[in-house]
Design a protein around this ligand. Structure first.
Ligand code: 7TS
Length: 405
């Protein structure tokens, strides 16, 4: 099927605005994606037509909102190929999902146990496990990376021992774009009886995973990375794990019966969904999934790969520009620096020319420490970006270089 990027761009109202007098070039998609009109309409419809609290009212509006929210849960279930709808827990995002699981394991881990994370993690997949280790006496081990930004799988084999209880790895690194070999990571962890959590925050917009086939124990992601709104995400957990873990938060909706002497908890998924959730966000998450599937993930990946190849080639024309993260297997993320120039200065100049990139450590300080740099300029692409925008970025970086050197 042919891919008409100009037609796709019509779906995104924000792409028509100007920034600092130039047409916006949005290349900060790894931080958050832009929203198509279908998702914006879904949000407006919810608040205009059937805003109500869910799972508790007999009135029509409450039933309509509950139906739409539960329908979205089933869309997520189908999209990620999850066996049961109750294995889909709505969260406020990836960070919430990780903390929920980490908190649950506090009652399972004991002193001497080990948990493994990768050197390529976002802080949200490091700090909760450090907190968990402090609480339980377990220790944190790190799968190292190499110069290309790939995990050292030979080290993984030796780090994985019968003491390993849990392994946490992102599917795609936010700072470098590396796609990690999660199939192999999961299979080897399971051979040692360790559970695996995959952080899908950076992969979900580019790769549609089959969670049953992967046989992963937990998977977390955020809707805002895949054209949905902020403040909503999902945690997948195998039913047997979710039943074993204690609730994360107590409150309304997550109980079966409450007395001052004792409370019994609700069945899944409600056990982990205390309080009024982000109802509109959940419904709009479903709309975002529909939108992406209409384009198709294969089409998205093929198009973004062609942008990555073109952008890599164009940026490398600039003398003194170094790209960090050169794995053969990567998504359309380019992290780079200009020799002798601070990334923040480059980011500021390209913004003046209407181009949004992220600069800094990208909440992945250990990666920056590995390369011994304070940060990078990161251009992260989506299917609505174009080769002309790559050219604009290249020219802007060239201009930044001439102004700053
Ligand atoms: N994990 C990864 C791999 C991420 O890239 C991010 C956010 C998170 C977890 C946290 O997601 P949240 O939705 O709970 O905040 N990454 C980025 C980024 O690269 N730039 O801004 C946010």
């Amino acid at each position: 099927m042919s891919f008409d990027v100009q037609k796709i761009r019509e779906d995104f109202p924000i792409l028509h605005r100007q920034v600092n007098g130039y047409p916006l070039v949005y290349l900060d998609n790894a931080a958050t994606s832009q929203k198509p009109q279908a998702v914006i309409d879904c949000i407006v419809d919810y608040y205009s037509l059937y805003n109500a609290n869910i799972h508790r009212g007999v009135h029509t509006l409450s039933q309509e909102a509950t139906d739409a929210y539960e329908k979205a849960r089933r869309k997520i279930q189908q999209h990620f190929h999850i066996a049961l709808p109750e294995e889909v827990i709505f969260t406020s995002g990836t960070t919430h999902g990780i903390n929920l699981v980490a908190n649950g394991f506090a009652s399972i881990l004991k002193k001497g146990d080990e948990v493994l994370v990768s050197a390529l993690e976002h802080h949200s997949n490091i700090v909760p496990w450090q907190m968990l280790c402090e609480r339980t006496g377990a220790s944190l081990k790190v799968i190292p990376m190499n110069e290309s930004g790939e995990l050292r799988m030979d080290h993984y084999d030796t780090l994985l021992t019968p003491k390993t209880q849990l392994v946490f790895v992102n599917h795609v690194s936010n700072a470098l774009g590396t796609i990690n070999p999660i199939e192999e990571i999961i299979e080897k962890a399971h051979a040692m009886n360790a559970a695996v959590l995959i952080d899908g925050a950076q992969s979900c917009a580019h790769i549609r995973p089959d969670l049953q086939k992967l046989n992963v124990d937990f998977y977390v992601t955020s809707a805002h990375k895949m054209c949905g709104p902020t403040g909503v995400g999902m945690l997948y957990g195998k039913k047997e794990w979710l039943e074993k873990l204690p609730p994360y938060q107590g409150g309304g909706e997550m109980i079966k019966e409450v007395t001052f002497e004792k409370t019994t908890y609700a069945e899944l998924p409600h056990k982990f969904e205390a309080g009024t959730p982000n109802i509109c966000g959940g419904i709009a998450f479903g709309a975002a999934i529909d939108y992406l599937n209409e384009i198709g993930f294969e089409t998205i990946a093929n198009y973004e790969d062609s942008l990555l190849i073109y952008a890599t080639q164009r940026l490398l024309e600039i003398e003194g520009l170094k790209i960090y993260g050169t794995s053969k297997n990567k998504t359309a993320v380019i992290s780079f620096n200009l020799e002798g120039i601070h990334p923040y200065d480059v980011g500021t100049i390209v913004d003046k020319l209407g181009i949004a990139v992220r600069t800094g450590h990208h909440c992945a300080q250990p990666i920056m420490d590995f390369y011994n740099i304070p940060g990078t300029v990161r251009a992260s692409f989506s299917f609505y970006n174009t080769k002309e925008e790559v050219d604009r970025l290249t020219e802007a970086v060239q201009r930044a270089k001439s102004m700053l050197s």
